[in-house]
Every structure is written in structure tokens, then in C-alpha cells.
Design a binder for this molecule. Structure first.
Ligand code: SF4
Length: 692
């Protein structure tokens, strides 16, 4: 048995410090670390369970497809096959696609980006964080000129109003939510929740606003109009530190009309508008981001904060992140920028990166390239010879998944993962990876805090750390790109932090030694004494944002209709969400014999469609696929809505492939469906039947 090793939970982006123990067979125990500054000993059941005893099947040996079957092989053979296909692609007309993840360490995701951009020179590189955070990121960049929330967890006790919009942190972020709930329970404080569905968070709210699905921006604009009408705007802050408020004022809707669109009573909108006059933290999640209007809505929420002067300690806009290292993947350059969030197309940025990597500038792509789902479109169009996925599961995690499966089935697919994900079924080569508890490195939580990962056990079988797998492939492409594996994670982190020097996401003052001494440190940290706190505040109490003018920018977008509205043929809205005991596509929480997914449907709707239900089972049918589901009458879901969990492989075959035009984040949350009585001959398998 190992000593208790201080490390970080990688199950979600709260970023709790863990103590973990292991033996020769894997991790044996995990619990919150009382000395870690993020959580001070807090932990949650899901984080501990999925760390110590995850469900799912570990990948322990490299596999290569021969004669139609995946067969065990040596690392040398598997890496040789991958490198050969990559080299063939580089010397031909095709291209290579690399899809990374917010669940790798910073060191691994940085190395993967270095290989993808600096070694392979591909424009087809993105991470699955585009599937959850891209809209919030785009909104921050548009409003403040830089990524990431201005506040931190330290601001929670100082807030008097907590608004949770399109998120369910009681389930998704339990340790963080306890702090929010504790603050909201104090005298004079309140919790307001905006969500169409009764959630565990909403059950504890002082006010629960239930907008119609897809009308969040109408509600945000109606609320701002009420703030303006009540003369509750912070004119001093707006005048000195922002721009564009006049245009926003002109764009505001009639409150009664917007309230009717959102289906929210005006007295609730008044309550929300009044609550914003106290110091307010406004949190939001996937209910906002995962929409064709995700960026516009996130900007509408930031506008509410700017207009009411809710920027500063105890207040501000705060997006809630899902994947543990979503922030790190962005800082490392996995999603549309170079490391340090350097502008991708600025010549200086490209030159600095080429110099640091010692590669010719011409090898680096000069355009950022498409995002995650448009990369898969390129795969489907046969523009890509090789697709390499690392800790991401596109055959389940992307809307219209049947189309994605057939696209990946036709290309040469390399799957690098710790668990037998659904993507393995379509792979030509499988590279078994280590996971947290087995690797050294760092991660960055949603409040910009960098924290160490340490290994309490060895990877099982022949599994290797992501960093070493990437370096071993890189070594076969360009021997000068990396040192010979195994790489020292600290050396890689030092290379990364040097490249962030002077950028908005400056990690240069954060070393492994400092992390060992302090537990975790927030960026920006431009020197060994500095640590990030509330962002953009000047020492004299003023504000300087990273925009051209130095001012924060308001926005003007208004409500627009759902990309796939209901109609006579498909009269119900499908929405998706998270189950308490699961995460993402569920490869660490599914047992394989869980039965059909459970559809939560209002009892009034169940009654209206009783002819489509046979002994508690129905078929949910969209224009793209259908899926057999078990019906659970649930009056917490409004009439006319079908709620399905995101973790089941059947669900994303149903969802709509439309994306936000500004962020490329998919519109997972609303599409039109109908119910049909199950065909007795149709097996109730977990897999949906595609119609594409
Ligand atoms: S809240 Fe998130 S980071 Fe903390 S223990 Fe739970 S799953 Fe892990």
C-alpha cells in the first residue's frame, strides 16, 4: 500500500485536492485533502467512486485491427502502424485530424498540441471542451478580451445573491455547490435558479424561474429591461469602464412580450431584477452554452452583471465548467489559440511558438481550422485520412451520432483512451492510456487554479501515460520535437509555462516546487510570488480589460427561435441533462447491462401519449434516429418535454447537429421528437437505430 499521495480529483472541474492510496492492483482509497486550498477536505461520492472503483473496462494492451478484428499487439507494432499512416497522410493529399480532451493533464494536452500543430501541421485539431465550454469562452473573449471567469471561489461568501442559470451544480459540482448553498442560506442572501426543469438545485431555490426551453436570452433581455426601467443600472461603472451600453438599451425588448416568449411571469422577472441590486454571482452551465444561441445568451448574462455593477469581489459572471481540465486544454492551445491563449493568427504568436518548438513557421497552420463537429464533417467528406482521438468518445458524445459513427467507420481511426469507450468499436488502432491516480502532471480547475496530479499506483498492464504515448508517436514523426520517452512531466510543464510568459494566461511563476509547497496556485502568475485573484481590477480600484479600448463590451443580440422547433409531426421537445452518479458519456459509470435509458416525462404528457407507451416503455423518435426508452412519469419536467440523460449511447443519435455560429458549440439541449409504441420485435438494446 502506498502512502497517502496528495493529488487532484479529475472527475470534474471543481478541482478538489484528493489524498489517494494505491497498491499493485490499482487505487485503493481516495478522500478530500484537508490541506488543499480548493476544497479543504471536501469531496463527493461520485468523485471518490469513479476514482477508486470506476465501472467500465480498462484498456491494458495495444490493439491493431487485422482481418476485421482488434487483436493484441506490442507497443512497437501499434506505434509503427500509427506513424506509418500519419506519414503516408502527410506525404499525400489528405489530412490528419486530432481530437483531444479536457480530461488529459496539461502536460499531455500541451504535447498533443505540439505534435498536432508543430509536427503534423494540421488545421484539424480541437478538444472536446468545444462541446461544453466554447460558448462561455467566446462570450468572455468578446466582453472582456480574454478567456475565463473574472471571479473565483473566494468570492462566494461575499455574494448576497446567487443566480444559477441553466445549471444543476447540486448534482454536477457537489463540493462547489455546498459553498454556494451555505452562502445563500445566510440572512439576507438568496438563491435564484433559472431552469425549465425541477432540479435538485432548483428544489433549494428561493425563486425558481422556469423559462420555455431555448428562451434564456429573451428572459435575460427582459430582466435587463426591468433593471433599466427601475433605474438600477450602475451608471458610474458603465460610463467609466464599459462600451456599447447605449446600443444594448436600444435593442432591449418589450418586457411583457419577452416575458410571454419565455413563459415566465413578470413578477418573477421583477424578483430577479431586484435581486441583482445586491452583490451577485451569476453562474451558468450547459443549459446556456449548449445552444445555437449559447454565446449570445452568455453575453446577455454578462451584460446583466455589467449593467448592475456586479463586477468585483463577491460578484460577477461565473461559468460552471464540466470537464476537469477544460481550462487547461484551452491554456495549452487545444481550442483555437496557441499556448497561453495567444491569438492564433497573429504573426508574432506563430513566430514565438515556432521558435519555442524549434520548427519552421511555415509548418504551423495559419488558420485556426474547424471546431470539433466540423472536423467530423471533414472526416465524413473524406478530407481526412487519419483521425486520432485522445480521451474523447465522439461516437456517443456528438449530436447526430449515427452520422458520426458511419464517418469514423470509413476513416483510419486511432483511439487513445484508458477505458473501452464506444469509439473503440470503430478503431483501427487502440492505444491504452493511464488515467488519474496513475500519472504525474497538472490540471487547472474552473477558477484558474493549477494543481498537481501524482501517481499512487502504476497503470494496469501495458497502459502508458498519455504524455509518453504522444511523445512516442511524435518521435516517429519528427525526432527533434520531444525528448525520448518517457518524458519528464516537469520539463514539459516548464516548457509550457515559459511559452505563456507575458500572455493573459501567464503560468510562468508556477513551478512544480511551488505547487508542492502551496497545493495549488491560480493564474495569472507572472512571477513566483504572484497568484491570480479577481481579474481586470487595477490597484486603484479601476478596471482595465483586455479589449482594444480597455473597456468591457456590451452586446445587442436578442431572442431567436429554436433551430428545430416542434411541429405537428414532432410535437415534443427533447432535452438532455446529467444524472447524479454519472459523467460525460459514462464510460466510467456504465455497466453494460443497465437497460434502456429512462425518459422523464410529465404525467400530463404521459397521459396524452398513453397509446405510444407499452408496459412503461416507448420509442423516442427524432428526424435522425429513434431509441427505446423506459418512461418515468415526473412532474418536475414541464409538459411537452422529454428529458433524457446525456450518458446513454442512444441519446445523441437523436440530438440535432446544429452549432452556435460563433462558438461552434452544439445545440444539445433542444430538438423536436415524438413518441411511438415499441415494436415487439425491436430489441430494447442500449443502441439506438440510426436513420441516416
Ligand atoms: S466535486 Fe468534482 S472534483 Fe470534487 S470530489 Fe466531486 S467529482 Fe471530484
Amino acid at each position: 500500500m502506498s502512502d497517502w499521495k496528495p493529488t487532484t480529483c479529475m472527475r470534474c472541474a471543481v478541482g478538489c485536492g484528493h489524498l489517494q492510496q494505491g497498491d499493485d492492483d490499482g487505487l485503493t482509497a481516495a478522500r478530500g485533502d484537508p490541506d488543499h486550498p480548493t476544497n479543504r477536505g471536501g469531496d463527493c461520492e461520485r468523485g471518490v467512486r469513479e476514482t477508486v472503483s470506476p465501472a467500465g473496462e480498462r484498456l491494458t494492451t495495444p490493439l491493431v485491427r487485422r482481418g476485421g478484428r482488434l487483436r493484441p499487439t506490442t507497443w512497437d507494432t501499434a506505434l509503427g502502424v500509427v506513424a506509418t499512416r500519419l506519414i503516408e497522410s502527410l506525404s499525400g493529399d489528405g489530412d490528419v485530424a486530432v481530437l483531444g480532451s479536457g480530461q488529459q493533464t496539461n502536460e499531455a494536452v500541451y504535447a498533443l498540441g505540439k505534435l498536432a500543430r508543430g509536427g503534423l501541421g494540421t488545421p484539424y485539431y480541437d478538444a472536446n471542451t468545444t462541446l461544453c465550454m466554447a460558448s462561455a469562452v467566446r462570450a468572455y473573449v468578446d466582453a472582456f478580451g480574454a478567456d475565463a471567469p473574472p471571479p473565483t471561489y473566494d468570492d462566494i461568501p461575499g455574494a448576497r445573491t446567487h443566480v444559477v442559470w441553466g445549471a444543476n451544480p447540486a448534482v454536477a459540482h457537489p463540493v462547489l455547490y455546498r459553498r454556494i448553498a451555505d452562502s445563500a442560506a445566510e440572512d439576507g442572501c438568496q438563491l435564484l435558479v433559472v431552469d425549465p426543469v425541477e432540479t435538485r438545485t432548483a428544489a433549494e431555490a428561493d425563486v425558481h424561474l422556469k423559462p420555455e426551453p431555448g428562451t434564456d436570452l429573451a428572459l435575460a433581455r427582459a430582466t435587463l429591461a426591468r433593471v433599466v426601467a427601475a433605474d438600477d443600472v450602475d451608471t458610474a461603472f458603465i460610463g467609466r469602464f464599459t462600451e456599447g451600453f447605449e446600443e444594448t438599451m436600444k435593442s432591449l425588448p418589450d418586457v411583457e412580450a419577452a416575458a410571454a416568449t419565455a413563459g415566465v411571469p413578470t413578477d418573477q422577472i421583477d424578483a430577479l431584477a431586484r435581486a441583482l441590486s445586491a452583490p451577485t454571482l451569476l453562474y451558468w452551465g450547459m443549459g446556456v452554452n449548449q445552444s445555437t444561441r449559447g454565446t449570445a445568451t452568455a453575453r446577455g448574462l454578462i451584460d446583466l452583471c455589467l449593467a448592475t455593477g456586479n463586477l468585483g469581489p463577491g460578484s460577477g459572471p461565473f461559468s460552471l465548467t464540466g470537464q476537469a481540465n477544460s481550462m487547461g486544454s484551452r491554456v495549452c492551445g487545444a481550442t483555437g489559440t496557441w499556448p497561453g491563449r495567444r491569438d492564433f493568427e497573429a504573426p508574432d504568436g506563430r513566430k514565438a511558438v515556432a521558435r519555442a518548438w524549434d520548427v519552421p513557421v511555415r509548418r504551423l497552420p495559419d488558420a485556426v481550422g474547424p471546431g470539433y463537429t466540423r472536423i467530423l464533417d471533414a472526416v465524413a467528406r473524406d478530407e481526412v485520412d487519419v483521425c486520432w482521438t485522445v480521451a474523447t468518445n465522439p461516437v456517443v458524445g456528438v449530436p447526430d451520432a449515427t452520422y458520426v459513427r458511419s464517418a469514423l467507420d470509413e476513416t483510419f481511426l486511432v483511439v487513445q483512451d484508458a477505458f473501452r469507450s464506444d469509439a473503440v468499436e470503430y478503431a483501427d488502432v487502440v492505444l491504452p492510456a493511464a488515467t488519474w491516480g496513475e500519472v504525474e502532471g497538472t490540471t487547472i480547475n474552473m477558477e484558474r487554479r493549477v494543481s498537481r496530479l501524482t501517481a499512487a499506483t502504476d497503470p494496469p498492464g501495458k497502459a502508458r501515460p498519455d504524455l509518453d504515448i504522444v511523445a512516442a508517436v511524435g518521435d516517429r514523426i519528427d525526432p527533434d520535437l520531444f525528448d525520448a520517452p518517457p518524458l519528464d512531466p516537469e520539463t514539459v510543464f516548464d516548457e509550457l509555462r515559459a511559452l505563456t510568459t507575458g500572455t493573459a494566461a501567464d503560468l510562468s511563476g508556477i513551478s512544480y516546487d511551488r505547487l508542492a509547497a502551496e497545493g495549488a496556485v491560480r493564474w495569472p502568475a507572472p512571477d513566483p510570488e504572484a497568484a491570480g485573484g479577481y481579474r481586470y481590477r487595477d490597484p486603484d480600484g479601476g478596471w482595465t480589460f483586455h479589449t482594444d479600448s480597455g473597456r468591457a463590451r456590451f452586446s445587442t443580440a436578442g431572442h431567436s427561435a429554436l433551430p428545430e422547433p416542434i411541429d405537428e409531426a414532432f410535437p415534443l421537445v427533447l432535452t438532455t441533462g446529467r444524472r447524479t452518479d454519472a459523467y460525460n458519456t459514462g464510460v466510467r459509470s456504465r455497466d453494460g447491462d443497465d437497460g434502456p435509458p429512462v425518459a422523464r416525462i410529465n404525467s400530463e404528457t404521459v397521459g396524452a401519449y398513453v397509446d405510444a407507451i407499452d408496459r412503461g416503455r416507448t420509442v423516442v423518435e427524432s428526424r435522425r434516429a429513434d431509441a427505446v426508452v423506459d418512461v418515468r412519469p415526473d412532474d418536475g419536467v414541464p409538459p411537452g418535454i422529454v428529458w433524457l440523460e446525456i450518458h446513454d449511447p442512444a441519446v445523441n443519435a437523436l440530438t440535432l447537429p446544429a452549432v452556435d455560429p460563433e462558438s461552434e458549440e452544439p445545440n444539445y439541449k433542444q430538438c423536436a421528437v415524438r413518441l411511438r409504441v415499441p415494436d415487439p420485435s425491436q430489441p430494447s438494446s442500449r443502441r439506438s437505430s440510426g436513420r441516416a
